[in-house]
Design a protein around this ligand. Structure first.
Ligand code: ADP
Ligand code: ADP
Length: 223
C-alpha cells in the first residue's frame, strides 16, 4: 500500500477524533492524537504530563518544544515509516515548520491535510455534550452520538467522563487560541497545495464518506 502521511486539522470539537477513530479502522497506519497522548501523560504523572497540565487546564496550547519532541520521537521510531494520521498536531506555524523539516530529514513529505471545519456556535454545542471514555478516549455526544448505555463506552465498557477543558469558559479560550494560533495553518498548507476541506457541520457518516473518498483518491495518486 502507498505511504500516506495525513494531518487532520480543525477547531476543537470539529470531529477530528471521531473521524480519526473511523479512519484508523480503514488504514493500518499509526494514529497520533496529541491531546490523547498528553492526557495519558498527565494521568501517568510523567515529566511531560506535569509540564503540560496547567496549560491544558487553562485551555492554552502547551509549549511548541514539548509537543514537537513527542511527535519527532514517534516519527523516528520506525513505527510510522509507511504512513501516519496526525490529529491535533501541528497547531502552530512553528510546529508545522518543525514537522516539515523532520519529514525532509527523513526523506519524506506530507500527502495531504484534511481540514474539518465547523463554526464556533456548533463547537460550543458539541463540546458541552462531549463524553469521553476513561480507557481509550473513545468519543460520544449525549445527543448527537449517544452510547447504547448511558455513561458507558460501547467499545470497552469503561466509564464516560466530561473533560475539564470542555467547560464553556475554557472552550471559549480554546477557540480564541485556535483562531489566533492554529487557523494560520490553513493558509500555510493551502500555499503548499496540500489542503483539502471537508464540511464538519454535516452528520458524522457523511463526513466519513467524504474523507474516505478523498483518501481513496490520494491512495491511487500515491500508489
Ligand atoms: P480537541 O480534541 O478538543 O481539539 P485535544 O484533545 O486535541 O483537543 O487537545 C487538548 C489540549 O491538549 C489542548 O487544548 C492543548 O492544551 C493540548 N494540545 C494538544 N495538541 C497540542 C499541540 N499540537 N500543541 C499544543 N498543545 C496541544
Ligand atoms: P475534536 O477531536 O475535533 O475535538 P470530536 O471528534 O471529539 O472533535 O467531536 C466533538 C464532539 O462532537 C463529540 O461529542 C462528538 O461525538 C461530536 N461530533 C463529532 N462529529 C460530529 C458531527 N459531524 N455532528 C455532530 N456531532 C459530532
Amino acid at each position: 500500500m502507498a505511504e500516506l502521511n495525513l494531518i487532520l486539522l480543525g477547531p476543537p470539537g470539529s470531529g477530528k477524533g471521531t473521524q480519526g477513530e473511523r479512519l484508523q479502522e480503514d488504514l493500518e497506519f499509526p494514529y497520533y492524537a496529541t491531546g490523547d497522548i498528553l492526557r495519558a501523560a498527565v494521568k501517568e504523572g510523567t515529566e511531560v504530563g506535569k509540564a503540560a497540565k496547567e496549560y491544558m487546564d487553562r485551555g492554552d496550547l502547551v509549549p511548541d518544544e514539548v509537543i514537537i519532541g513527542i511527535i519527532a520521537d514517534r516519527l523516528e521510531s520506525g513505527e510510522a515509516d509507511h504512513g501516519f494520521i496526525l490529529d491535533g498536531f501541528p497547531r502552530t506555524v512553528p510546529q508545522a515548520e518543525a514537522l516539515d523539516s523532520k519529514l525532509t530529514d527523513l526523506g519524506r513529505a506530507l500527502t495531504a491535510v484534511i481540514l474539518i471545519d465547523a463554526d464556533d456556535e456548533e463547537i460550543v454545542r458539541r463540546l458541552s455534550g462531549r463524553r469521553v471514555c476513561q480507557e481509550k478516549g473513545h468519543v460520544y455526544h449525549v445527543e448527537f452520538n449517544p452510547p447504547a448505555e448511558d455513561g458507558v463506552c460501547d467499545v470497552d465498557g469503561s466509564e464516560l467522563y466530561t473533560r475539564d477543558d470542555d467547560k464553556p469558559e475554557v472552550v471559549r479560550h480554546r477557540l480564541e487560541q485556535y483562531h489566533e494560533k492554529t487557523a494560520p495553518l490553513v493558509d500555510y498548507y493551502k500555499k503548499q497545495g496540500l489542503l483539502n476541506q471537508v464540511d464538519g457541520a454535516d452528520d458524522p457518516d457523511r463526513v466519513s464518506e467524504k474523507i474516505r473518498t478523498l483518501v481513496s483518491t490520494l491512495s491511487l495518486e500515491e500508489g
